[in-house]
Design a protein around this ligand. Structure first.
Ligand code: ZN
Length: 546
């Protein structure tokens, strides 16, 4: 997801308990499918009536009860094969007792009937009614854990548990419900209400499940890609269709960039639903919820549109196992904003976005996030902070320099292919890239990901000696730390030598530790020596000129 900049200050004020996303249940039980019947017809009382059916499979023996998460809503009954089960619901903890213990590989359908007014998060996310709209934002910045599917259906609300979904949402006849996946059909009832049937065959965590209700119309676009065409549906009010066409003018570019960078799009459709939310967007799989202020008919927010689509590789296809590794979702999606600039507007636009982002990181991340932080593991208070989003993107830009373009994009694409539909960790990415040929990735992750602070390289001095045919040139580099614990090692750096005609000659070296003497024989006496002219590493300062 992405939040509007105004919320950065608010984030500093949030005080949260230690995150305890309970992924341990997923070692015991596996939710194989979730079917949600959801009646959302009364926008005055905002009371919903719902039934969720969950197919649960045991992964251990002798299981006589199970816990689900359901927050802010009231459980009316729980059934197994039409028979009532006993339960206790101390929100969000819904404990259901089974009539008899089940064993490994046994499966049961649990039907949970519930109602109430779905809750919003105190800061960002949750379920919101606003005017004609009712919609769910999946994540709660103030909630513990941050995953917030439990505001509209019972689930294991962690980043690890995944299942396919099916939705039957009842609205009044003048409205439409949009959920994840494909619209199977809609049924007109005798009382004038409609049931909207959506189905998502792909596995997603609970926080990526979605519903948005309004008097929507669907704007269809066809995206061409690696596996043929993919339909894109953008749900908006009829009055907003022109704005949609303007703001989504570069959706094809984002789609192509992401496929060419990280492999084919593996979801059934691309989707966005416009919602009255002025604090950003949420990457619900195939049904991104994006705030109406950002779809204004211009391309001003095209990188936000690209960011959310990028989550369909980084965040939705693979998901960080823990909130402490949120940079794997948000750092990569933020970096894809820069890739969108590069793909759509060229190299100079990419470098400008890298520089702008780097400046923001250096000048604001330690202020917004209460100190110099490593991007992983990040504390719960700053899961959605500047360090995770922007320094994460800054580090990924440097990762590209370490690996080189071909290994960077191929290595990441292969990683996504290997781990698709699962939860991942920084250590898994480090080890995968190392095994894929990134010989210096252990050092990269130690320095740039797991430690706070920054590094800085500069040219201390140089010497050129004429030897009869050419010049023996020595350049002395120094590394300086800024709030980092150790000197960085195995850092690839580019050194540029200008001749008298200002032609540039580039050589490569590897920085290890505090000092480096680089020697080279040149057919000219250099008039100017530069380091990292092409801004390939996110150093404290990009270069120093002789
Ligand atoms: Zn995001």
């Amino acid at each position: 997801m992405k939040r509007a900049p105004l919320l950065i200050l608010l984030l500093m004020l949030i005080h949260q308990a230690i995150l305890a996303a309970d992924a341990s249940r997923s070692d015991t039980l596996d939710i194989r499918k979730t079917i949600i019947n959801f009646e959302i017809t009364d926008f005055s009382t905002k009371v919903i009536y719902a039934k969720a059916s969950l197919l649960v499979k045991a992964k251990q023996n002798n299981i006589s009860w199970m816990n689900f998460d359901l927050e802010g809503l009231i459980t009316d009954s729980v059934q197994l094969n039409g028979n009532n089960l006993t339960f206790t619901h101390n929100s969000p903890d819904l404990k259901v007792n089974l009539p008899a213990a089940i064993n490994t590989n046994d499966s049961v359908w649990i039907d949970i009937y519930y109602h109430g007014i779905p809750i919003a998060d105190a800061t960002w996310g949750g379920f919101t009614f606003s005017g004609l709209y009712g919609f769910q934002m999946g994540v709660g910045f103030n909630a513990q854990p941050h995953s917030f599917g439990r505001t509209w259906h019972p689930c294991f609300d962690n980043f690890v548990e995944r299942c396919p979904y099916e939705f039957f949402v009842t609205t009044t006849g003048d409205k439409m419900a949009v959920c994840n996946g494909l619209l199977i059909d809609s049924t007109l009832l005798g009382n004038g209400n409609k049931i909207w049937h959506w189905k998502l065959d792909e596995n997603i965590p609970s926080y990526l499940s979605s519903v948005a209700v309004c008097d929507y119309t669907l704007v269809k676009k066809i995206l061409s890609g690696m596996n043929g065409n993919t339909d894109a549906y953008i749900a908006c009010r009829p009055v907003d269709t022109n704005k949609v066409n303007g703001s989504f003018a570069h959706l094809q570019e984002s789609f192509s960039m992401l496929e060419e960078s990280f492999g084919p799009y593996l979801w059934s459709r691309v989707g966005y639903s416009l919602v009255p939310f002025n604090a950003g967007a949420m990457e619900h799989a195939t049904n991104i919820h994006i705030g109406t202020p950002f779809i204004d008919g211009t391309l001003n927010y095209e990188t936000l549109i690209a960011h959310e689509l990028a989550h369909h590789w980084w965040g939705d296809l693979v998901t960080c196992s823990t909130a402490g590794d949120m940079w794997l979702n948000e750092g990569f999606a933020s970096y894809c904003e820069m890739l969108h600039e590069e793909y759509t507007y060229g190299q100079a636009a990419y470098i400008k976005s890298v520089k702008d982002n780097h400046f923001r990181v250096l000048s604001t991340a330690h202020i917004n996030d209460d100190g110099y932080k490593a991007i992983s593991p990040m504390d719960s208070l700053h899961t959605y902070g500047t360090t995770v989003y922007l320094k994460g993107a800054d580090m990924i830009h440097s990762m590209r320099s370490y690996l080189g373009d071909s290994l960077f994009f191929k290595g990441l694409s292969d990683f996504l292919d290997q781990y698709k539909w699962t939860a991942i960790s920084s250590q898994q990415l480090r080890d995968f890239l190392s095994n894929a040929g990134g010989s210096n990735m252990q050092a990269f992750f130690s320095n740039w990901v797991f430690e706070p602070g920054f590094t800085h390289f500069s040219i201390d001095s140089n010497q050129s000696v004429f030897n009869g045919n050419s010049y023996d040139v020595s350049v002395f580099f120094r590394q300086r730390k800024h709030r980092s614990m150790n000197y960085y090692t195995k850092v690839p750096i580019e050194i540029g030598f200008y001749d008298a005609q200002m032609n540039l000659h580039i050589y490569r070296a590897e920085m290890n530790g505090q000092c480096l003497e680089f020697r080279v024989q040149l057919p000219f006496e250099p008039t100017l020596i530069v380091i990292d002219l092409n801004l390939k590493s996110a150093m404290l300062l990009p270069r120093k000129i002789k």
